[in-house]
Design a protein around this ligand. Structure first.
Ligand SMILES: CC(C)(COP(=O)(O)OP(=O)(O)OC[C@H]1O[C@@H](n2cnc3c(N)ncnc32)[C@H](O)[C@@H]1OP(=O)(O)O)[C@@H](O)C(=O)NCCC(=O)NCCS
Length: 157
């Protein structure tokens, strides 16, 4: 059941992912990695099927509408993958998942970090709107010829 806010309307519920429900999440993973190349699609699907890292699901009325995959690196919490179902985009769900990750980072005294392929400028704008700052640009990071924009955020107190 979804949480109910003071106005009596349902609010988004964010829960920890378990690989037991992998088949239910698979279509969303495929949708989210479309256009990223086969290697990325395989990498993300494999991470969810083996439950590598820490993934969370956004659910609205029982429907899975988004997911975020986090990894801990030294004192950073890295957003490794984030997707919102196509028809549910621009409804603040992506922001809610990132803010949820920010809460974890705050509690664990970590910085939040993400890298975005240079050609996905819209994704960079999305993170800048959420208060992330650019902290680097690295070529040939995941594969030869790629270029990643690195962004970070120190969680607000
Ligand atoms: C990126 C993504 C997760 C955003 O999720 P969302 O739920 O649509 O985002 P929100 O509704 O929370 O948007 C928050 C703000 O960012 C803006 N924004 C969202 N996506 C954007 C985009 N692609 N380009 C520019 N701005 C964008 C919104 O307009 C909104 O701005 P506002 O506060 O001024 O209204 C979603 O577009 C997605 O799943 N994309 C495909 C998968 C992907 O590329 N994931 C990689 C992320 S690293």
């Amino acid at each position: 059941m979804n949480d109910i806010n003071d106005c009596g309307t349902e609010v988004l519920k964010i829960t920890r992912y378990s690989k037991k429900i992998f088949p239910m999440v698979l279509p969303l993973l495929k949708e989210g990695t479309k256009g990223w190349g086969k290697e990325w699609s395989r990498e993300i699907i494999s991470a969810y099927s083996r439950q590598q890292g820490e993934a969370y699901l956004a659910q609205d009325g029982g429907k899975i509408v988004g997911t975020i995959l986090l990894r801990k690196e030294v004192r950073a919490l890295v957003i490794y993958f984030l997707v919102v179902k196509k028809e549910e985009r621009l409804k603040n769900i992506g922001s809610s998942l990132v803010k949820f990750a920010e809460g974890i980072a705050r509690r664990e005294k970590r910085i939040l970090r993400v890298d975005v392929a240079r050609e996905f400028e819209g994704n960079t704008r999305f993170y800048l709107k959420l208060g992330f700052k650019k902290c680097g640009r690295v070529k040939n990071f995941y594969q030869q010829g790629d270029e990643q924009i690195f962004l970070y955020k120190v969680p607000s107190k």
